[in-house]
Design a protein around this ligand. Structure first.
Ligand SMILES: Cc1ncc(COP(=O)(O)O)c(C=O)c1O
Length: 393
């Protein structure tokens, strides 16, 4: 192993949202944060070196986006995802959440419905509702172990041509990596019903053995014409604080509308360090990712075994990708409204409350296991003690 993911990196003093929020804002001084989606690992050395080199220059005026920025992403998408992308299809964006907001404004009108597959990453709701559009839910099916898409229901939710779906693939928070069959079936409906799909594929690189990410836009040329794909190195390489991502739209009309909306929002030149990190990650990060993936997967195994053996009432919904997973806590006998607070106050572990992803996930919490194993173990031991305390009291 070239990279030491067991090493604890102290994030104190870096104003990390993940650490400061539960400890200082919610006031649980020793809380272990297992919520917002960043990892407690250093980015790949090549990324740190590139950013350090750029920072050492000392002048931070407005940057241009060099062609090599897009070329690095194009090579990555071809190599890792078998997807042939052209530079003119791409646009830089300060993040995927901003991009979702631009898409909602660019491709729908106030009052229009936008479909999402719930429970889902909560900023999908905000991007729709904060822009005066209507959330239409296409809830996932849950059989107690695994989530699947409900495509019959989806058909009934597309009430007119030109409607929009925001797809989360791989899916946060369920951890599903949609199969080829599922993506193809969704794609067929989209083409038949002239559904525009904004495909948030930010987690595309974080996929475990036995699974494969399928790029929606790569399924067929028709689908490519009605899809905008959001990608970023930020989840894969832990660079979310550098606020640099990209969208891909093969359809020139969609591409232009997206860029126009981005311009109207005032976004223009981007982040000098983020641009450098984006390119370095895609160019030089692959061997780091190849070691990260088995480490994360071993965290999943550890989590699964620990809960099954030691924490009655809490079940892992086993993720196929991402470093996020739902914990089904409905057998604990704790009211959903008090669940996350129970874990924070009684165990000193801060998760994301399932309810923020949709009512369907009430009684669940989402764990972020992108951290050194020792930290995961400590959090789980705290949970074990807190749950044992409720049962015995
Ligand atoms: C599905 C999904 N989209 C977007 C984001 C955030 O993207 P960004 O930081 O580029 O706005 C996250 C972060 O957790 C996510 O899970």
């Amino acid at each position: 192993m070239r990279y030491d993911f067991d090493r604890i990196v102290d994030r104190t003093g870096t104003e990390s949202l993940k650490w400061v929020y539960p400890r200082k804002v919610l006031g649980v001084e020793d809380a272990i944060p297992m919520w917002v989606a960043d990892m407690d690992f250093e980015a790949p050395p090549a990324v740190v070196e590139a950013v350090t080199r750029r920072a050492a220059h000392g002048v931070f005026g407005y940057p241009l986006v060099p062609p090599s920025f897009f070329e690095a992403a194009i090579a990555w998408l071809r190599r890792r995802h078998g997807w042939a992308v052209e530079k003119k299809w791409m646009a830089m964006t300060p993040g995927i959440v901003p991009a979702l907001n631009y898409c909602v404004r660019a491709f729908t009108r106030p009052g229009d419905p936008v479909i999402i597959q719930t429970p889902v990453y909560h900023p999908f709701y905000y991007a729709i509702e904060n822009n005066g559009r209507r959330v239409v839910r296409n809830p996932l099916r849950f059989d107690g172990r695994r989530y699947t898409m409900d495509l019959d229901d989806l058909r009934t939710k597309i009430d007119a041509p030109g409607r929009m779906l925001i797809l989360c693939s791989p899916h946060n928070p369920s951890g599903r990596v949609w199969s080829r069959d599922e993506i193809e079936a969704l794609g067929r409906i989209a083409v038949e019903r002239d559904l525009l799909v904004v495909a948030d594929e930010i987690h595309h690189d974080l996929v475990y053995r036995g699974h494969r990410h399928h790029v929606l836009a790569a399924i067929s040329p028709e689908l490519a014409q009605q899809t905008i794909t959001c990608i970023a190195p930020s989840k894969t390489f832990n660079t979310a604080g550098l606020a640099t991502a990209a969208v891909v739209a093969a359809n020139p009309d969609l591409h232009k509308k997206f860029e126009d909306e981005e311009e109207r929002s005032g976004f223009d030149l981007g982040n000098a360090l983020g641009i450098v990190a984006f390119e370095a990650a895609y160019r030089h990060g692959e061997d780091w990712l190849e070691e990260l993936l088995p480490y994360l997967e071993a965290n999943v195994d550890f989590l699964d075994r620990f809960l099954a053996e030691r924490v009655p009432g809490v079940r892992l919904v086993r993720p196929e990708g991402t470093y996020l997973a739902l914990l089904d806590c409905r057998d604990l006998g704790i009211a959903p409204d008090g669940l996350n607070d129970f874990f924070l106050r009684k165990a000193g572990v801060y998760f994301s409350d399932g309810k923020i992803f949709g009512d369907e996930a009430a009684g669940f919490v989402r764990i972020n296991f992108g951290c050194p194993r020792a930290q995961l173990r400590e959090a789980l031991e705290r949970i074990e003690r807190a749950v044992a305390g409720t049962v015995s009291s």
